[in-house]
Design a protein around this ligand. Structure first.
Ligand SMILES: *[C@@H]1O[C@H](CO)[C@@H](O)[C@H](O)[C@H]1NC(C)=O
Ligand SMILES: *[C@@H]1O[C@H](CO)[C@@H](O)[C@H](O)[C@H]1NC(C)=O
Ligand SMILES: *[C@@H]1O[C@H](CO)[C@@H](O)[C@H](O)[C@H]1NC(C)=O
Length: 246
């Protein structure tokens, strides 16, 4: 996965006024952690990923939208792959999710570990200025791309556990943990789960509703009444079923 795309598309990697919180229907902050190239069957064998599902809701019918990695990232932010089928450099124009957020004064930031300074997250937590939409991309070792799901989780577990209890990070925050794509094979089913105080889980802690990466913008749009981008986000199923504003 090449992150140049984010730099070129999102000329600045953050926006909005720090300090103002726009209350959402289900949550006031959405924090996404994305991992790579692991299918659902393999991911769910990892004990930490299983634990996260048991704490919140595990999505047992969530699919990536394409191969290889890049079109999946594009889909999450643009509601379309724009027919990209490789990991090349593209300059995409057109409304994307953060344009909708900015139109309502909702703050956002992309933290790209070892590409941009992802340590800024800790500074933002310390100063209680974590934006309302956080897109966190671990480096290619920690996201499993060059390693394995077990390696990635051996990084993520202590990282997340050390931060998720901090009220400057977790207050009314929906945490979403997802993989970009299966990495190949016939099925593109991937692991996805939600945790955090806005989650009101069913007793089995699982949701078999059909979701895909377009459900991400659909959920964020539904939460803040953003309208849509007029692409596949407009009819995607939002994963709001087990959410309740704290
Ligand atoms: C993708 O390609 C199909 C088939 O050529 C075309 O109909 C569609 O409009 C394209 N989608 C985008 C978002 O460019
Ligand atoms: C995208 O735009 C940047 C900035 O104008 C330019 O340097 C780059 O070559 C462009 N990339 C492509 C693939 O068009
Ligand atoms: C949304 O519409 C597209 C294009 O008609 C279709 O392919 C897709 O399955 C629809 N998605 C849902 C969740 O109904």
């Amino acid at each position: 996965m090449r992150f140049l795309i984010f730099v070129t598309l999102l000329t600045v990697l953050s926006g909005g006024l720090v300090g103002s919180t726009v209350t959402g229907t289900y949550f006031d902050r959405f924090v996404l952690f994305i991992f790579e190239n692991t299918n659902y069957a393999k991911a769910i064998k990892n004990s930490y990923l299983k634990t996260l599902g048991n704490q919140g809701v595990l999505f047992t019918n969530y699919f990536a939208v394409s191969h290889p990695s890049e079109p999946n990232y594009v889909a999450q932010i643009f509601g379309s792959t724009f027919n990209i089928t490789d990991d090349g450099d593209y300059n995409i124009t057109g409304t994307n999710l953060v344009d909708l957020l900015e139109s309502k004064g909702i703050t956002w930031k992309a933290y790209m570990q070892n590409y941009m300074n992802a340590d800024n997250l800790d500074a933002d937590i310390a100063s209680n200025s974590v934006p309302q939409f956080v897109y966190y991309v671990p480096n290619q070792q920690n996201d499993a791309h060059d390693t394995s799901v077990d390696f990635a989780m051996s990084w993520f577990q202590p990282f997340f556990e050390a931060r998720r209890t901090n009220p400057n990070f977790n207050t009314n925050t929906l945490f979403f943990i997802v993989f970009d794509e299966s990495g190949g094979g016939s099925s593109n089913q991937v692991y996805a789960s939600i945790v955090g105080t806005p989650v009101n889980p069913p007793s089995g802690h699982s949701d078999n509703t059909a979701y895909n990466h377009y459900s991400i913008p659909a959920t964020i749009e539904a939460n803040w009444g953003l309208g849509n981008m007029g692409r596949f986000d407009s009819n995607a199923t939002a994963f709001t079923r087990y959410l309740l504003h704290p």
